[in-house]
Design a protein. Structure first.
Length: 89
């Protein structure tokens, strides 16, 4: 069977969001891999749908400050979860 693999964020790191040149707070880019290169991955932050990726599994998100749970699932129901915290700007 196939299982997604989470590269970033690793479980429970404190992440600081940087400011863009225009002063806006930037995104973080989350990365994962799957043994099946044709697999679609479905991304959820705190059980809310964040998007879908195929091929190169990277997604840019802008979560609020605080603790979060990231869950990535493939179409067969295989999933992986990890926690992370947005700690500052």
């Amino acid at each position: 069977y196939f299982r997604p693999f989470l590269f970033y964020p690793e479980d429970n790191p404190g992440i600081f969001l940087s400011k863009e040149i225009n002063g806006d707070i930037g995104n973080i880019v989350m990365k994962a891999a799957h043994r099946n290169i044709n697999a679609a991955l479905f991304w959820f932050i705190d059980q809310e749908y964040a998007g879908q990726t195929k091929g190169k599994h990277q997604i840019a998100v802008h979560p609020e400050h605080g603790n979060h749970i990231l869950t990535i699932t493939d179409k067969n129901g295989n999933s992986i979860s990890g926690s992370f915290e947005i700690v500052g700007k």
